[in-house]
Structures are given as structure tokens and as C-alpha cells.
Design a protein around this ligand. Structure first.
Ligand code: MSP
Length: 545
């Protein structure tokens, strides 16, 4: 069952389409958890959201991996796709579309798009010479390489010399138009540090890039020269368009672009910024299509200060992490513990500390003690008062009344850490307020009005914190709501995933439109049975050498 979407204003967000040369990496999970949080936040605002994720399945890297494993490339891709899908399900990612570049629909879109660019005169034949990194699927400048021709991003891999006849895209023709885009739409590339990187790169002068390969079979044949296949990046970026095709319509560019183009937000890591902020808009300009609103490139994270890589032996298996700790602690940690946009570090001890401090000691404690006091002193009901009865100088009311706006701004700016900090400050202040006002003493002294004010404001603050955290920890938030006697399942708000849609969709009991405000709980409302919302995580066992 799903709650229906009332406000039809749409919002479309994408993750990168991940390579399937290997099983999912913790970095893939990071971007996808952030995208899911954004999608859930937008759904909570009643927007009609489409969250697109998927896989990039062509190219030499994947072809070689399949050959090395002795399997047909398509069989290899299908196996890895199943691993991605299972991870997304474990992490409670509510994606609406999964775009695969080996899908038959995608070929149609790529060929049509290619034709538009061809007709524009922006594709020509030339010779490509240079150093190619198969892991990056990108040509590299000699000056950027490490000693002995190793790729800076894949230090264990040597780049390969290429000298072949390819088809080129006239990127250089779009230099001025791109510069105008960056000036006219200063928010097109975020954060600002990344925008500056792009501006600097573009100012050096753009060079045309080859969009076909002669020695790669695992790809879409070039419509004008089937001896060649389309370069994996030219192919993959168009996967965002293929994703927009409704399942029951005829696959065509026109049908794909009809409803949701341009995309509102491409969420990516900083490693693939040039493709999204330079190549992609230029390709769209050439095809005469509108440009997406925004590309946000987040940072990279390391593990215990070191680059994460299999060869270093410090790869983190996201499935193992979810199995050991659960999805919600991970979702919380990655969004609260690392400033979104900056590089960060994953450290398991810090992860356990942050999650235990915020979700167990702060929020969990607040919910549990407040509900238990309501049970003891108010027969398991909200005290006999409403938000209007709470004095204007009540510290929780003051904080709570500002919080909805503050956190909305933070979510809209993708400042997840800031959003979490503001919410946890309310929980922390609520615990302190309870300690200071000691409701147990007020009860003994028969100070009923004071007791009611303390309990009402603490319960309402717990509710608001749960609501605002719902995009990050939907199951914990739903549990808190249930304990507060409010039946809203945050997992059921507005997902478009066809397979999850149910014709019996009904309105959630109560109306969550106003839940962003402080003061929703009603006098004497019956609360649910209290139980702990979160069991503290055990710190990892450290291995001493
Ligand atoms: N296939 C291309 C994307 C095509 S989009 C049309 C690709 N795939 S990838 O599998 O290499 O994924 C790269 C993305 O994974 C990064 O941009 C980032 O979103 C995520 N990350 C992978 N490792 C990461 C870290 N160590 N840290 C943070 N994010 C990382 O590039």
C-alpha cells in the first residue's frame, strides 16, 4: 500500500549508473543513501518524485572482467545487477527506476540521440592517440600519470597506449555556450569548490573527445559505422533519459523526454564531475535539449585515513556492514558523520560512537523516558494541554518552532550533517529540560500544570525530531510515531515504484502536511506502548597485533 501523491510538482533525482565490473562498493552505497534521503525528503513535501539509479554495463572494463571470469558479459552483468538490487533492498532504498545500459530500450534512445548530434554536424572521424585507463574508461594526459605510466586514480593499473581511428564529438564548439551556462546558472555545479574546478578546467580550452571505440565489442554499435561501438560514457549518460520512459510507452526520445525532462538533480561523486558538468551539457546542447538543473558532486571517503581499495586489502563490504549493524544506523552515520560535499573518513569505532550517542542516548532516551512518564503520570495520554497552552518562553517551544524551517533549508541544500545536528540539539535540549524541571518531583508536589507543560513539550519535541529524521531513518521514525499513537508509516509516502504501487492506496490516518511544525500533538491523545527504539551497537572488536 502507498499513500497517494497529492501535489503533482515533480522532482527527479539520479545516482550515477554504477559500473558492474565488480560487486557494489561502500562508495556506491553512500551516494545512493544520500539520493534516497533527498527523494524521501521531497516526497514528504508532497512532490511527485522519481529516484533513478542503475548500472553502466558496457565497455572494455566489463568486457575484460567477464572474459577473465569465463562468462558471457550479459550473464556477468545480470549477476552483478542482482547484487546491487539486493543491497538497495537491504538499505531500504526506494528507487523508482533502475536504468540498465544493456536494456533494449536504451539502445533505441542512444541511437536516436546519436542521430541528432550527427545531424547537427557535431560528429566527425579522426585519429585518437594517447594513454587510456581502462578502469576510468578515460584518456589521460601524460603529465597527470604516476611513474611508469600508472593511473593516479588506479595506482596499481598501468594505462595503455591507443592509436586508432575513432569518431569524435565537437566539444570545443560548445566552449562559450558552456561558459555562459556556468555564469547564468551559478547553481548548476555544486558545491562551489567543484564549480571552481570545472571553471578552471574549461578555461584552459576544451578539446573534442572520441565517442567510439574500434577494439571493444561489448557496446552499442555506432549507427553510422557498425565496426565501432559507442564509447561507454556517451552511452551511459543517456541512461538517465532511458530511465524516464514509462514501461508501457513506445521507447523513443520524445516519449522519454515528455514529462520529466530536464532532471532536477544529478548526484555524483567528485570523480565523475567532468563527464556530468562538461561533456553531458555539451551533448545536450548539441541535441538541442534543455540542461538539467543541478549537478552535485560529493566528496570521496577513505577508511581509517587510507584510500579504499581491494589491493590495499581495506575494502568495506556494504552488505557485511548492513548485516552486522542494520540499515538505519548506517544511513544515519554516513549522512551525519561526513559533511556532504567534503571528503570524509569511515572509521567503525567512530561510527558506533556517533550512532549510539545520537540515536540511543539522545533520541532513544528522550522517547523512552517521556513516554514512560506519560504512562505513569497521565494514564498513557498526552497531558491535558495543547501547543497554544505552552508558554512562549518554553525553551523547547522556542527551538521547535524554528526547527522545521531550519531543517528544510538544510535538506534543500543537501546539508545532511547540519540537519541531523539541529534535530539532535532539540533532543538533547529536551533531555536537559526534563532533568532540570524534574517531572517526577512536580508530580509529587501536585504541580499538574507544570508537569503537563514539561511532558507535552518533551513529547512534541520527540515527535518533531522523528518526523524530521524520517528521510534518513524512516523505520525508527515510524516506530516513534507509533509509540506516540500516530499511525504514519514513513516508508509508504509517495514512492512511484510500479512494483510497490497498490490500487488500494489510501490516505495516511492523520495529515502529515503540518507535521513540520511544532505543536501537532493534541491534548489527551492516546499514546502507544513505550519500548526502546534503538538497541545500542556493540563496538567493533579491535584486533591487537
Ligand atoms: N559508470 C560510471 C558512472 C556513469 S553515470 C552515467 C561510474 N561508475 S562507478 O561504479 O565507478 O561509480 C562511481 C561513483 O561511485 C562515484 O561517483 C560515487 O558516487 C561513488 N563512489 C565510489 N567510490 C567512492 C568513495 N570511495 N567515496 C565516495 N563515493 C564513491 O563512475
Amino acid at each position: 500500500m502507498n499513500y497517494p501523491v497529492r501535489n503533482q510538482q515533480s522532482f527527479t533525482v539520479t545516482t550515477p549508473l554504477y559500473y558492474v565490473n565488480d560487486v557494489p562498493h561502500i562508495g556506491h552505497a553512500y551516494t545512493t543513501m544520500a539520493a534516497d534521503t533527498i527523494a524521501r525528503w521531497q516526497r514528504l513535501q508532497h512532490r511527485n518524485v522519481l529516484l533513478i539509479t542503475g548500472t553502466d554495463e558496457h565497455g572494455q572494463k566489463i568486457e575484460r572482467t567477464a572474459i577473465a571470469a569465463g562468462v558471457d558479459p550479459q550473464v556477468h552483468c545480470d549477476r552483478i545487477v542482482a547484487r546491487f538490487d539486493s543491497l538497495w533492498s537491504k538499505l531500504n532504498i526506494q528507487y523508482d527506476r533502475f536504468s540498465r545500459t544493456t536494456a533494449p530500450n536504451h539502445q533505441i534512445i542512444v541511437k536516436e540521440f546519436f542521430q541528432r548530434v550527427w545531424d547537427r554536424g557535431d560528429i566527425y572521424q579522426g585519429t585518437q592517440q594517447g594513454w587510456y585507463c581502462v578502469s576510468c574508461e578515460e584518456f589521460k594526459e601524460e603529465r597527470d600519470l604516476l611513474a611508469d605510466h600508472h593511473c593516479p586514480l588506479h595506482p596499481s593499473k598501468q594505462v595503455e597506449w591507443r592509436d586508432e581511428s575513432n569518431y569524435f564529438f565537437r566539444l570545443s564548439k560548445y566552449q562559450q555556450q558552456l561558459e555562459a551556462l556556468y555564469t547564468e546558472c551559478p547553481d548548476f555545479i555544486l558545491p562551489n569548490s567543484r564549480r571552481n574546478e570545472v571553471l578552471k578546467f574549461v578555461a584552459q580550452g576544451l578539446q573534442d573527445f572520441s565517442i567510439s571505440r574500434i577494439n571493444v565489442d561489448w557496446g552499442i554499435p555506432l549507427p553510422t559505422d557498425p565496426q565501432q561501438t559507442i564509447y561507454v560514457w556517451f552511452d551511459a549518460l543517456l541512461g538517465y533519459m532511458t530511465a524516464l520512459l514509462d514501461p508501457d510507452v513506445e521507447p523513443s526520445l520524445e516519449n522519454a523526454l515528455q514529462q520529466r525532462w530536464p532532471i532536477n538533480l544529478h548526484l555524483i561523486g567528485k570523480d565523475i564531475l567532468r563527464f556530468h558538468a562538461i561533456y553531458w551539457p555539451a551533448m545536450l546542447m548539441s541535441a538541442g535539449l534543455p540542461i538539467p538543473d543541478r549537478v552535485f558532486a560529493h566528496g570521496y571517503f577513505t577508511k581509517d585515513g587510507k584510500k579504499i581499495s581491494k589491493s590495499e586489502g581495506n575494502a568495506i563490504d556494504p552488505i557485511d556492514l548492513v548485516d552486522r549493524y542494520g540499515a538505519e544506523p548506517l544511513r544515519y552515520y554516513f549522512l551525519k558523520g561526513i559533511e556532504f560535499g567534503q571528503d570524509g573518513d569511515f572509521n567503525e569505532t567512530r561510527f558506533v560512537e556517533i550512532v549510539n550517542a545520537d540515536l540511543a542516548n539522545n533520541l532513544g532516551n528522550l522517547v523512552n523516558r517521556t513516554l514512560n512518564m506519560a504512562k505513569k503520570y497521565c494514564q498513557g495520554r498526552v497531558p491535558n494541554c495543547n501547543a497554544e497552552d505552552i508558554s512562549a518562553d518554553n525553551p523547547l517551544k522556542i527551538l521547535g518552532q524554528k526547527l522545521g524551517t531550519q531543517v528544510s533549508v538544510a535538506y534543500n541544500n543537501l546539508a545532511f550533517k547540519e540537519a541531523c545536528e539541529s534535530i539532535i540539539t532539540l533532543a538533547h535540549s529536551s533531555n536537559k529540560y526534563i532533568d532540570d524541571l524534574a517531572p517526577w518531583a512536580l508530580f509529587k508536589q501536585d504541580k499538574h500544570a507544570e508537569l503537563a507543560e514539561v511532558l507535552y513539550s518533551a513529547l512534541e519535541s520527540a515527535r518533531l525530531a522523528a518526523y524530521l529524521l524520517a528521510p534518513i531513518i524512516p523505520k525508527i521514525s515510524t516506530d516513534i510515531y507509533r509509540q506516540l499513537g500516530l499511525e504514519i508509516d514513513f516508508d509508504l509516502i509517495g514512492s512511484n515504484n510500479i512494483s510497490k504501487l497498490n490500487a488500494d492506496a489510501s490516505e495516511p490516518p492523520g495529515d502529515w502536511d503540518r507535521h513540520l511544525e511544532w505543536g501537532i500533538l493534541k491534548a489527551n491523545h492516546l499514546l502507544g506502548e513505550p519500548h526502546p527504539i534503538f538497541a545500542k551497537l556493540e563496538p567493533p572488536i579491535s584486533v591487537s597485533i
